[in-house]
Design a protein around this ligand. Structure first.
Ligand code: AMP
Length: 357
């Protein structure tokens, strides 16, 4: 992992950040393992507020602070939106973390630790969807999709690409609010899309064809492909493009979306890896066939999200205006789906008989 030059994390930019110690929090339990280290549920000792503490692991870094963590902090510091996870502050611990015998743990012998403090979220979308017997209702799916698109539109307007949209990075609280999280791969972009960006981003199943074909000049459309995959997954009950490796991922995409040519995707044949992955035969697009059980408006929107040519893929703002969100059954109020989603796990036929349409 790349490291920052000394002084690159300028905490002066964030007055009061880093001034408090982690001892202002009582760690309650470990709730996850992040890109840089453990994530804990913790309680602010004065206010009793429950937060998530994300530890930034320093033991792999020969010097300095992980540059990806700096990026995540800088990006989250400028984003303030109800559908984007809130980074509340940074806290530090002066010495190494120790076990019960007082021995330094994590191989972190000499350095102190740094923690990001986030608002606490109760679930993630993948965890909720994977519960046995769980089927989301159409109003719930519309509600989650609307929040996802609203948060993403906000990021894109602020020239931030998330670059790792997937169910486990969409956190949901017990009130049904959805927030984009894990900005460890995010970066700022300029609107001309001419930057030379890292190609290997986005978890394979949610990675768009332009990245699989080697593009390093890309924009917000990469996140919209991932949104399309999540949308279809919510309606379908399982991931739609579960490739085992990059060539297989591209094959699965072509089998569903057809093989691209210069007519439907001008410039595709000039993509860096087009010749390596060129499909051996022409395949027809069959999104409508594969998902004919989806309602018409859902299918129309999905078609526009899973468009091969990124320049023709629907942007988040336009997706929010799609008929799908404005026709019955309308998206439910976040608070309402808590009733079904979180507390009651009903047999799936109960839901389909009573709610699904
Ligand atoms: P991340 O590195 O952000 O993907 O975090 C790893 C895991 O920690 C996630 O998959 C969640 O299970 C958990 N986690 C991260 N942030 C939070 C949060 N704000 N509230 C609750 N759990 C979280």
């Amino acid at each position: 992992m790349a490291v920052a030059a000394p002084g690159q994390l300028n905490l002066d930019e964030f007055p009061s950040w880093g001034s408090r110690g982690v001892d202002c929090f009582e760690k309650l339990e470990q709730i996850g393992e992040g890109t840089y280290g453990q994530v804990y549920m913790a309680k602010e000792t004065e206010t009793n507020e429950i937060v998530a503490l994300k530890k930034i692991r320093m033991d792999n870094e020969r010097e300095g602070f992980p540059i990806t963590a700096i990026r995540e902090i800088k990006i989250l510091k400028k984003l303030h939106h109800q559908n984007v996870i809130q980074l509340k502050e940074i806290v530090t611990s002066p010495g190494p973390d120790r076990d019960e015998q007082g021995k330094p743990i994590d191989g972190n012998k000499y350095k102190g630790s740094i923690y990001m403090v986030f608002e606490y979220m109760d679930h993630d979308l993948t965890g909720l969807a994977d519960r046995p017997g769980m089927r989301f209702t159409v109003p719930q799916i519309k509600c989650y999709m609307k929040q996802l698109l609203t948060g993403l539109h906000y990021c894109h307007v602020n020239q931030v690409l998330h670059r790792d949209i997937k169910g486990s990075n969409l956190l949901i609280d017990n009130e049904g609010n959805l927030k984009l999280a894990d900005f460890g791969l995010a970066r700022s972009f300029s609107s001309d899309h001419n930057g030379n960006l890292t190609n290997r981003v986005i978890t394979l199943w949610y990675r768009p064809p332009e990245l699989l074909l080697g593009s390093t000049r890309y924009g917000p459309a990469v996140d919209m492909w991932s949104v399309g995959c999540i949308f279809a997954e919510l309606l379908n009950g399982k991931p739609i493009l579960p490739g085992k490796n990059e060539p297989e991922q591209l094959t699965k995409i072509f089998e569903l979306c057809g093989t691209p040519d210069e007519l439907i995707w001008p410039g595709v044949t000039k993509m860096p890896w087009y010749n390596n992955f060129k499909p051996p035969r022409v395949l027809k697009r069959k999104v409508k066939d594969a998902f004919k059980h989806f309602d018409r408006h859902a299918l129309d929107l999905l078609e526009r999200m899973l468009t091969l040519d990124p320049s023709q893929r629907i942007p988040a703002k336009e997706a929010l205006d799609a008929e799908y969100f404005w026709t019955d059954p309308l998206p439910c109020d976040p608070k309402r789906h808590v009733l079904v989603t979180v507390f009651i796990i009903l047999p799936s036929n109960f839901l389909s008989n009573n709610f699904l349409s």
